[in-house]
Design a protein around this ligand. Structure first.
Ligand SMILES: [Zn+2]
Length: 356
């Protein structure tokens, strides 16, 4: 077992024990804040099929989502929309701790599997849509790559006059080839390196948009979701580039254009935004300023933290709590390690209010 594998099994054993011990209650008065914004990506049934390491990390099962909701309701959390989060921060008070559900990117499984569960419990939620998803211009190359590696014994492609071979005949070769090719494609940060994607898939995939058709929300689904008062559609740029790597004008275009395109389709104002990737490497002061100028009610990052009244002055940079069933295990009780601020406190070196 490698270090990562070891870390994962330690976490899977230790987190439920910590959660059950109640030790996280110690940090609650200081690190829980007024509430939390949860970050999800995909909600997919467990298909029991082979997956590659990184590719399934952003998925939770519908059962896990439902148990999370039941757990939060049983623990007296107020499940709220992002509009309500903005109101709570502006008012500076809340009777109960709140939790807001957000889903990034715009995957069709949000409509097919998350929506029925959220609707059943009348839970408000936000989907941040990358407009190139419903426009079908995005290439979900990491899912194409996962299938490629799983379905072949060997992969070959040409790059800069050389033929490159990757062995994929067993699990460990597949894992290491997936990682290497992923790195080869993703290394050109900022924009999608189309020439690299084309090179890798040339011998194997005719339609690079295959996975986009299969996995991304359609405009019809987005319109149907948007018509439900429980649902907020937020923007997540046009192309899901790492904004910090782009020139000013392109950052501005990515933000304003995605808002405009969504507004045209759903015929409502789009008042919430989330930065693609959203860590310190991809969204910083320049991006915060630009999002602020657009007048969004709230903007979220992927910085980890709970929401405090001080965030009233930094609504364009709200931290979230990443929900990860693969990391934390099936026990939704481990959510308390995050919501009570124990893990965010440790990860942020005891800094309570995350704004930078
Ligand atoms: Zn995203």
């Amino acid at each position: 077992m490698n270090i990562k594998g070891l870390q994962r099994s330690v976490i899977k054993t230790v987190f439920p024990l910590l959660a059950a011990s109640g030790i996280h209650r110690i940090t609650r008065p200081w690190y829980a804040g007024m509430g939390s914004i949860l970050m999800f990506h995909r909600v997919c049934p467990d298909e029991n099929r082979a997956r590659m390491g990184g590719a399934s990390g952003l998925e939770v099962t519908p059962e896990y989502l439902e148990q999370s909701i039941q757990f939060l309701l049983a623990n007296d959390y107020d499940l709220v929309s992002l509009d309500r989060v903005a109101d709570i921060l502006n008012e500076g008070k809340a009777k109960r701790k709140f939790v807001a559900f957000t889903f990034d990117d715009g995957y069709a499984d949000n409509f097919n599997f998350a929506y029925p569960v959220l609707k059943k419990y009348k839970v408000p939620f936000t989907i941040y849509v990358t407009t190139s998803f419903p426009e079908r211009s995005a290439i979900l190359w990491w899912y194409l790559l996962e299938d490629l590696v799983l379905n072949h014994q060997e992969l070959t492609f040409e790059w800069e006059g050389q033929t490159i071979h990757y062995a994929c005949s067993n699990r460990s070769e597949k894992e290491s080839s997936y990682k290497s090719i992923h790195k080869f494609i993703a290394q050109e940060e900022g924009k999608v390196p189309l020439n690299r994607i084309k090179a890798v898939f040339k011998n194997y995939v005719d339609d690079l948009h295959l996975k986009t058709d299969e996995l991304a929300l359609s405009w019809e689904q987005i319109r149907e979701l948007s018509a439900d008062p429980l649902v907020t559609i937020g923007a997540h740029t046009v192309n899901h580039y790492a904004l910090s790597k782009l020139p000013d004008a392109e950052v501005e275009w990515e933000i304003t254009e995605s808002k405009k395109r969504l507004e045209n389709k759903i015929e409502k104002n789009v008042e919430h935004f989330s930065y693609p990737f959203g860590s310190r490497a991809e969204a910083g002061d320049r991006e915060f300023e630009m999002a602020k100028l657009c007048g969004f009610k709230t903007v979220t990052t992927t910085r980890i933290g709970n929401i405090f009244c001080e965030h009233k002055n930094s609504m364009e940079r709200l931290p979230r709590i990443p929900v990860n069933e693969k990391r934390d295990g099936k026990d939704t009780g481990t959510l308390m390690l995050w919501l009570n601020g124990m893990l965010p406190g440790l990860l942020n070196k005891f800094n309570r209010v995350v704004t930078t």
